[in-house]
Design a protein around this ligand. Structure first.
Ligand SMILES: [Zn+2]
Length: 344
């Protein structure tokens, strides 16, 4: 076992397949009502106020004992910055994108970095770095297939994802949307890395086998994620890829993107995923709802199951639910520490 590490050291060592003092415990998106209220956050201001954002997200590190501080809270920032309609939800409901563009030419991203929500992310990264130098600071970002889906509308994505495998003309259309999404991803990624991010955490929720065929993912998703990932690596920053649903049929593709770490859902058999991914660390698959209503026994049992299955860090299957309770988050972190003390 390595001597005691800071959260940041522990997290970076895990990504590099190096020894750790205990397995890291990571969060995906974080919008926990208990922490927002305890830290004085106000809805919807905490989405556009870096201090409120960092104070709430930081409690996952300072209070619950997780290793990452993740900002921003939701998957709407890219869309709102491009002028799409976003319903802001509630203190316990994530904002959601409600409109889309008819044609790729309608998307204007010239002033993307000037948008107040984008600026909030960048300022929150800087502030979190300053406040919690020993934590891993991780921006939560929308990956290219999902962003292309936000641009063209989710239904159009699912239709076009089938048509483009059959007709060259439709593939050209798809490529147009995807390349705009990629350009926007790169602009945002660069700003996040320059602000001091330790890793960029991408969710490609719409690349899930629940929504598009694995064949589409391999043909369109993998190359575009890889291109974005290479761009991030060239700036010296690692990145993590999350895709929802049972991703076993596409894990090989996810690993081929060059991501430094893959995050999977509770639907995924951890052992199988680890076997397929080879050297790429897999994290995740603890059922998020356990943080809302799980018993101590259930939380301990699932945490251990994931780690016994070969997960390199404990992480929830998707984002942390807004109604998660701090006592359950602490039980989870302790379960990972206890497992480490026994098995590392
Ligand atoms: Zn997910």
């Amino acid at each position: 076992m390595a001597t005691e590490m800071t959260s940041r050291e522990r997290f970076l060592a895990m990504l590099n397949n190096k020894p750790v003092d205990r397995v890291p415990v990571l969060t995906g998106s974080t919008m926990v009502v208990e922490y927002i209220e305890k830290s004085g956050g106000k809805w919807p201001e905490y989405h556009s106020n870096p201090e409120m954002m960092v104070n709430a997200a930081g409690m996952m590190y300072t209070d619950a004992g997780l290793d990452t501080v993740v900002v921003p809270f939701g998957m709407f920032v890219e869309s709102i910055a491009l002028g799409l309609d976003v319903k802001m939800g509630r203190i316990d409901i994530q904002p959601s994108v409600r409109s889309f563009f008819k044609k790729p030419e309608e998307v204007n991203y010239e002033n993307f970095l000037e948008n107040p929500y984008v600026k909030t992310t960048i300022d929150a990264i800087k502030l979190a770095k300053e406040k919690y130098p020993d934590a891993a600071i991780v921006p939560f970002l929308v990956a290219p297939v999902t962003l292309a889906g936000d641009l063209m509308g989710a239904e159009n994505l699912s239709m076009l994802s089938i048509k483009c495998l059959q007709k060259e003309k439709q593939m050209e259309k798809m490529e147009e949307w995807i390349s705009i999404a990629l350009e926007i991803n790169k602009i945002y990624a660069q700003a996040c890395v320059e602000a001091g991010a330790d890793l960029l955490y991408y969710s490609d929720a719409s690349a899930s086998p629940n929504l598009v065929m694995p064949e589409f993912y391999y043909k369109v998703g993998v190359p575009v994620e890889k291109e974005l990932g290479d761009f991030i690596h060239n700036m010296g920053c690692p990145w993590e890829l999350h895709i929802c649903g049972d991703t076993v049929p596409i894990i090989e593709g996810m690993a081929a993107t060059g991501a430094d770490c893959l995050s999977v859902e509770q639907a995924v058999d951890m052992k199988k995923a680890v076997e397929i991914a080879g050297n790429v660390p897999i994290v995740g698959n603890v059922t998020p709802l356990l943080m809302v209503e799980g018993t101590e026994e259930q939380i301990i049992c699932e945490t251990r199951k994931g780690l016994d299955g070969g997960a390199k860090a404990s992480m929830l299957g998707c984002g942390t639910p807004p109604l998660a309770t701090s006592d359950r988050l602490k039980t989870w972190v302790k379960a990972a520490a206890d497992w480490s003390a026994e098995k590392l």
